[in-house]
Design a protein around this ligand. Structure first.
Ligand SMILES: [Zn+2]
Length: 509
């Protein structure tokens, strides 16, 4: 203890200790779940070990160099948390993903104390507190700013080099990101705690209220059902000219409008947010359901998805709850999300009703797991994107089956809305964003808009009205995500200072 250690050696010891003591389950997972050959796997594990060691070394070096003793307290505390984390991973076969951390923060002490077995305490002392004591007591020579710069550069360079060398495995990492991320100490609980904090903040975020609206008298009570699609790309809808029969039911109808549209973003959170606000905005403005609810509209939000702006209404229901409510409609997928809509509209006392269904129908990577078996009309299917990379045809088959299922769900919904005699009804379907199926070597979605390929933002916008009580405009260019807000305001007869006629897909009445 008396001898001073240079900070490089100090951080290196902590980093290597962290790798060996807390991250063995992570490497075991990689060894047992990656199906590359033995040698490529050893290279992968070795490469990952170097990346992790270099990054952990650098973070430790950074904290201690910049914050001195406070940094050491943080690093020491991390040892105890790491020890507890890896204990749960090994003994309870759990992973420290978002759900687990959410549970952790919501657990009362009385429940938690049952986890503290003598064996766990012993491990916490040996695996966590002893190293923590050493970190706090060891004399350290912090070195100069110049050395700090050099060491940082080298550590980051090594991480990037070895991360780049394993870049070909990125689809495999993407497939297992939850498990891998949930076992990596200390990043599992640090990152997931941060995400939970961000989610709570977002859910409680103050929205900027929009100016008040006035309600026009309506000839008849009016109900709009807005279906938000997931990863539905326009090119694979028969309604838009796709040569395969992916819309066997909707293509038979003469009463629907298939409008070309472009999403404003290529990932769910931003794309859904754009559909729920009237114009681009840096701040969080009053989302469509909240705005309408405040004006007395009967608003329902049913979801089998996530990444939604904060929804402040009385009836926000998840698919899980709907499965219980409509067990007869549960097809193991999204059947219950669409169940009982006719009854819900007919039993409403309100003059204006908006029902939003946030679906998940074409979400990857396992397209073939997204629909009931009878919708597997295109075969054979690749069972996930990883297999699909070598088998684009199978991947496309699986994806196209999700569109066939979408076609069925929408067509059923339209039939049930058409059977409501006393209301004017409308159905609007728009996908949040598109999807890549191997074009330019890209899969899934999420490429930033500036460079996104058209497959990721060209989406379908399908509209149906009972009795054509409102006409669709002839659009000179594709509609975009913001069209939803203005079109719904128009259909429900809501006059608002924020309404913009040129964004409305209907002829304003
Ligand atoms: Zn999405």
């Amino acid at each position: 203890m008396k001898k001073e250690l240079p900070l490089i050696a100090f951080a290196a010891i902590i980093s290597i200790w962290g790798l060996l003591a807390y991250n063995i389950p992570f490497f075991q997972f990689v060894m047992s779940h990656n199906d590359a050959g033995l040698w490529p796997k050893i290279l992968l594990v070795g490469g990952l070990g170097i990346v992790m060691a270099a990054l952990n070394f650098w973070v430790c070096y950074l904290l201690v160099f910049l914050f001195r003793y406070v940094g050491r307290i943080l690093v020491a505390a991390a040892q105890v948390c790491n020890a507890a984390g890896v204990y749960f991973v090994v003994i309870y076969r759990t992973i420290l993903d978002g759900t687990m951390m959410e549970n952790f923060y919501n657990t009362r002490w009385s429940e938690a104390s049952s986890f503290f077995t003598p064996m766990m305490l012993l491990w916490l002392i040996i695996g966590g507190m002893l190293p923590a004591c050493w970190i706090l007591m060891q004399k350290v020579n912090y070195g100069t700013w110049k050395r700090f710069g050099i060491v940082s550069g080298v550590a980051i360079g090594i991480s990037l080099l070895f991360a780049g060398a394993n870049f070909n495995q990125f689809l495999w990492f993407g497939k297992h990101d939850t498990e891998l991320g949930g076992m990596l100490m200390p990043w599992s609980y640090v990152v997931n705690s941060g995400r939970i904090y961000a989610q709570h903040r977002a859910a409680n975020a103050k929205e900027e209220p929009l100016p008040d609206a006035t309600l026009r008298p309506l000839e008849q009570p009016t109900a709009v059902v807005l279906v938000i699609g997931e990863s539905g790309r326009r090119a694979n809808f028969q309604l838009y000219g796709y040569p395969r029969p992916t819309n066997p039911l909707l293509s038979q109808r003469t009463d629907i409008h298939a409008i070309p549209a472009n999403a404003c973003a290529t990932y769910t959170t931003a794309a859904v947010r754009a559909m729920m606000q009237p114009a681009p905005s840096r701040t969080l403005v009053e989302a469509l359901p909240n705005y309408l609810f405040r004006h007395g509209v009967d608003v329902v939000w049913r979801t089998n998805n996530w990444g939604e702006p904060p929804v402040h209404i009385d009836e926000y229901v998840t698919l899980k709850e709907l499965k219980k409510q409509y067990p007869e409609a549960d097809d193991g997928h999204e059947g219950s999300l669409f169940a009982g809509i006719k009854k819900r509209i007919e039993s409403s006392a309100a003059e204006r009703i908006l029902i939003i269904l946030h679906t998940n129908t074409s979400h990857g990577a396992q397209y073939s797991a997204q629909y009931p078996e009878r919708f597997e009309v295109f075969t054979p299917v690749a069972h996930n994107v990883e297999d699909g990379v070598k088998n684009i045809h199978g991947l496309t088959n699986a994806y196209d089956n999700t569109i066939v299922y979408t076609d069925y769900l929408l067509n059923n919904l339209i039939d049930s809305l058409a059977a409501i005699p006393d209301h004017r009804t409308a159905m609007i379907y728009m996908s949040d964003h598109g999807e890549s199926l191997g074009e330019n070597g890209l899969f899934m979605h999420g490429v930033p808009m500036a460079t996104a390929p058209k497959e990721q933002y060209e989406v379908p916008l399908i509209v149906w009205l009972n009795g054509n009580w409102r006409e669709v405009r002839d659009l000179t260019e594709p509609a975009n995500s913001f069209a939803i807000y203005h079109s719904v305001l128009d259909l429900l007869g809501i006059d608002s200072p924020i309404y913009e006629q040129q964004k409305d897909i209907f002829i304003y009445d």
